[in-house]
Design a protein around this ligand. Structure first.
Ligand code: ADP
Ligand code: ZN
Length: 636
């Protein structure tokens, strides 16, 4: 921000220099070129022949077969009609300047006429042929194409860089980083207090704050300061806010830019911007560099790169990795990056010493939404009728940004109605308006869908609780997350060898989602896609890889020397293929039936759990224990 103005001035100066050079050429041309004779009086051929007849002309010079310069005799110069043509210019002291000049049409014609007039009057006019070269003029003309090309180039560069980066984009600063600097002292007032909810994430970034505040404490023990943290979460969940709060808490400068700011038309620009950014950040260290949308440069390399056109992005990424590796332990620059597509990021970014801390920033659940509402309701004049609990219930799937938007929109609606305070109905109208806007870009969960998701997840949770070998549940949520509408976290056992009954129990739990939908609503849905995918892969692996099916027997079609690919030919006969397919389908169907049976038996508890989930949106192990009692299979 700060250096924008001087940059503008700089490039302005450059144009003045160009202008100055051109002007200089012109001046030189005027003074030292043929134009020195500019002050000879103009005349016409017919007048000239009059002068010849009068015997006033001493000699003429024919310049470049185009122009005639007329030199009068000394006597003629004294005549009244010629008085004004005598040059008084300083330049003409050394050699006599012509008195007249004119252009004739055709040289042959002119020579003939002159010969006739001379002969008739018996006068001899000395005639010299002179070829004059205007060196500077020629030089300028030969230079013209280059000047034109350069001018066009500058024009295009300016257009491109300004269209890509706003007013800051100048050709002379194209390799400069476009990072915005928020200084700790002046405009960094965001602290953890402004970030509602996100307790887990806050706890994790607290460590970064401590590092920045007091790096010596850590380095004294030989520890290395972390170099980067990656914030992963849907848009609007407060990733930028969190990074700013880290800078605000630690009272350090904060450089903010977006991954797409690195990407430009020109080769090498991204890499040079990265270099420049880190140079600036190091000068102000300790500091934080925040890169939003890092997936714009951090996409896995080599994927979908058929044309080679993405080399530029790769270079940028490489430069970023180099810079991060190149930090000494005492650099104290921490890079915080944000993305909502962690799955597409290059693995190299996540390696130790780079973004080795990954912090998930999820959409808020009902309790967190309440806190976010409280933050954003603070500056509003709200009516007594406004109930925060009610509002947070009305806004499932909203991100922090959406909630901030609701509050603002509600205030605008109330103002439009000339109200003294923002009332409940204004908030509801605002929610409706935002939902309408969201429907196009975000997933909006309807009441029915929410119910289906709750029962689906409750199905998984119930079965995994009931089966000995399934992983017990830690947390289950129906807050949409990435592409899924709900999610559950389990605590898997660490196993080196897996037994078939363990695999079957897991498959049964995975099918529990669909089974619950069937048991409760007598309807199934597409919501079980990823479960089915998982189960199918597992069943196939049981049959074809681990040799766990009786019909196919103790053999494997897995070839460790060849990855897992068969190429064009299957290593088994058509008949075996049929058997394999039947076995896979049998395994899955059996587990589905088993899941149905378990859920039918425990339908009451399942419903109880699902209703709790609908109410709280997130439930933990403790809630399950309240409903189902302690899990009967305790580890010895
Ligand atoms: P992201 O970077 O994840 O896309 P931002 O950090 O830019 O999202 O969030 C946009 C706005 O949403 C913030 O400026 C803030 O007003 C609001 N917001 C998001 N999350 C929260 C939160 N947890 N607490 C308070 N406000 C939030
Ligand atoms: Zn599921």
């Amino acid at each position: 921000m700060k250096n924008k103005k001087p940059q503008n001035k700089n490039s302005f100066n450059q144009y003045w220099i160009y202008g100055g050079i051109i002007l200089l050429f012109m001046l030189i041309n005027v003074f030292f070129g043929s134009a020195g004779y500019q002050d000879s009086a103009a005349t016409t051929p017919s007048k000239f022949f009059e002068f010849v007849k009068d015997g006033d002309v001493e000699k003429i010079e024919i310049i470049n077969k185009r122009e005639v310069r007329v030199f009068l005799t000394r006597d003629a110069e004294l005549k009244d009609i010629h008085r004004n043509t005598v040059s008084t210019s300083l330049l003409s002291i050394s050699n006599k300047a012509p008195n007249y000049k004119f252009e004739f049409g055709d040289l042959q014609n002119f020579e003939n006429n002159l010969a006739i007039v001379s002969r008739e009057n018996n006068i001899n006019v000395e005639t010299n042929y002179v070829t004059e070269q205007n060196y500077w003029g020629d030089f300028l003309i030969s230079l013209l194409p280059f000047i034109l090309i350069i001018a066009i180039w500058i024009f295009i560069m300016r257009r491109m860089s300004s269209s890509a980066g706003g007013a800051g984009g100048q050709i002379f600063s194209i390799g400069k980083s476009k990072a915005k600097l928020f200084d700790a002292k002046s405009d960094m007032k965001i602290t953890f207090k402004d970030v509602a909810g996100l307790e887990g994430a806050k706890e994790e970034v607290q460590e970064i704050v401590d590092f920045l505040k007091n790096p010596k404490k850590y380095t004294a023990l030989g520890g290395k300061i972390p170099k980067g943290a990656l914030l992963i979460g849907a848009p609007g969940t407060g990733k930028t806010l969190l990074a700013k709060a880290v800078a605000g808490e630690a009272q350090v400068p904060f450089y903010s830019l977006s991954g797409s700011d690195f990407v430009e038309m020109f080769v090498g620009v991204g890499a040079s911007r990265v270099r420049d950014l880190f140079k600036q950040a190091k000068e102000k260290s300790p500091s934080i560099v925040f890169i939003d949308e890092i997936d714009a440069i951090g996409r896995a390399r080599g994927k979908s790169n058929f044309t080679g056109s993405n080399d530029e992005r790769e270079n940028t990424l490489n430069q970023l990795l180099t810079e991060m590796d190149g930090f000494g332990t005492n650099t104290n620059v921490i890079v915080v990056a944000a993305t909502n597509r962690a799955d597409v990021l290059d693995k190299a970014l996540m390696r130790a010493g780079r973004f080795d801390r990954q912090i998930y920033v999820d959409l808020p659940d009902i309790r967190e939404r309440k806190m976010i509402f409280e933050v954003h309701l603070r500056p509003l004049k709200k009516a007594a009728s406004v109930d925060v609990d009610f509002l947070s219930k009305q806004t499932p799937g909203f991100s922090g940004a959406d909630i901030a938007n609701v509050c603002n929109e509600a205030a605008l609606i109330a103002a439009r109605k000339n109200k003294k305070s923002v009332g409940k109905q204004d908030f509801l109208d605002a929610v409706d308006r935002i939902v309408g806007g969201l429907e196009k870009k975000n997933k909006i969960v309807t009441e029915d869908e929410k119910k289906a998701v709750a029962y689906h997840e409750a199905g998984h949770a119930t079965i995994s609780w009931m089966l000995e070998h399934a992983s017990p549940l830690v947390k289950v949520t129906i807050v949409p997350r990435g592409r899924s509408l709900g999610a559950a976290w389990y605590l898997p056992e660490e196993r080196l060898i897996v037994r078939p009954e363990q695999m079957l129990d897991e498959m049964c739990a995975a099918l529990g989602g669909r089974a619950a939908e069937k048991v409760v609503f007598n309807q199934i849905s597409t919501g079980a896609l990823s479960d089915l995918e998982k189960v199918t892969k597992q069943a196939r692996a049981m049959v074809t890889v681990y040799g766990l099916s009786d019909k196919v027997g103790n053999l494997t079609y897995y070839d460790s020397s060849n990855g897992n690919e068969y190429g064009f030919t299957k290593p088994y006969s058509e008949q075996t293929a049929e058997t394999i397919d039947k076995e896979i389908s049998l395994i899955i169907e059996n587990q589905y039936k088993r899941a149905l049976k378990i859920l039918k038996k425990n339908k009451k508890k399942l419903i109880q759990l699902a209703e709790l989930l609908l109410k709280k949106e997130v439930i933990f192990k403790d809630n399950l224990e309240e409903i189902f009692g302690k899990r009967p299979f305790q580890k010895k």
